[in-house]
Design a protein around this ligand. Structure first.
Ligand code: KG4
Ligand code: ZN
Length: 315
């Protein structure tokens, strides 16, 4: 069955055609990122206005590139929550109109669960159930215990900022631009650095996270080291990244052990981070746990994950 996915929860407008929850026939992602850059974060009013402008064209392109028409589509899947309200409304209203006019059934999906599904899209297959999933994005940091895609239990979350949000704020403090995760990764690369002792959420118990403390620590450190040479920026960015990656790896693997599962599925924008991939893979190996990452293009917001989850839940 072909599913048309539609995703408009943040700054992206995306549509994709996916076959049987696996094979991506087409995916179009239009971003309004460049219009937000000068503000250092996404401005909801700008995002939704651009989405209202793009959505028709993006959906038409996705159908065209897949070489199909609406008559070939068995299901429309759209992100309903969570996200920016005005942006979500553009996607859900468009999908509803499309469904009513064509008679193709429509389902509403959870964006975070769709991030988990990214590791199940071709060429990846995802693990057997049950597994633990870490979703790290600009708006969320969650650990889930997943028995099936309809039985997903939250076992840990952030008590303040989201992980990607911390990357964005630290990048802003260092004057690196938005989005912060990619900017920090680009600056740090494989360069050697002098470690600054930033701690990340050590005071939060169980499987919860905290990122606001490290952001403030970076802010005070940066303020007391101005003007800042490039090397000092690298030291700060790399030490921050290292502290964040360590806590994500530590808590995710501890959750796998507690739940006695052998598989960890990672998703969300921060899952694209090279150091996180390296660290988690290394440490998981030592605990005999297998880690699954989506392809990099499927880490950040995309409609293929929505179409895939739609098929898995409703076909
Ligand atoms: O999943 P996503 O596209 O949107 C939300 O659902 O929030 O995630 C966007 C977040 C941003 O905060 C961005 O800085 C972060 O993912 N991000 C990264 C990387 N690429 C994107 N963080 C760390 N390393 C990266 N390579
Ligand atoms: Zn997302």
């Amino acid at each position: 069955m072909l599913v048309l996915g539609i995703e408009t929860s943040c700054d992206e407008t995306s549509a994709a055609v996916v076959e049987d929850g696996k094979k991506i026939f087409s995916q179009v992602i239009a971003s309004s990122l460049k219009f937000h850059k000068k503000y250092g974060g996404v401005i909801p009013e700008i995002a939704s206005r651009m989405q209202a402008e793009f959505i028709g064209e993006v959906v038409a392109k996705a159908l065209n590139q897949a070489g199909v028409g609406l008559k070939n589509i068995g299901l429309i899947a759209v992100t309903e929550n969570p996200g920016l309200v005005s942006s979500l409304l553009v996607g859900t209203s468009f999908a509803k109109a499309l469904s009513l006019s064509s008679g193709v059934p429509l389902v509403y999906l959870d964006h975070i669960k769709a991030h988990i599904y990214s590791s199940f899209l071709w060429p990846n297959t995802g693990p057997q159930m049950p597994f633990v999933s870490l979703v790290v994005s600009g708006g969320h940091t969650c650990l889930f215990y997943v028995r099936s895609f309809s039985e997903i239990k939250l076992i840990g979350t952030t008590v303040d900022d989201a992980c990607g949000e911390a990357f964005d704020k630290v990048a802003k403090i260092l004057g690196l631009g938005y989005p912060g995760g990619t900017a920090i990764e680009r600056l740090v690369k494989e360069r050697s650095f002098k470690r600054i002792n930033f701690s990340c959420g050590k005071e939060v118990s169980g499987f919860d996270f905290s990122f606001s403390g490290i952001k403030t620590a970076v802010l005070y450190y940066a303020k007391s080291h101005r003007p800042m040479a490039r090397n000092e920026k690298i030291n700060i960015a790399a030490s921050f990244q290292e502290a964040v990656v360590n806590i994500l790896a530590e808590k995710s693997l501890a959750a796998c052990k507690k739940k006695r599962v052998k598989y960890l599925v990672v998703g969300g924008g921060v899952a694209a981070n090279r150091r996180l991939r390296e660290k988690l893979s290394e440490q998981a190996k030592m605990s005999d746990i297998r880690v699954y990452f989506p392809q990099k293009v499927l880490c950040t917001d995309n409609a293929a994950m929505v179409a895939g989850l739609g098929y898995r839940l409703y076909h």
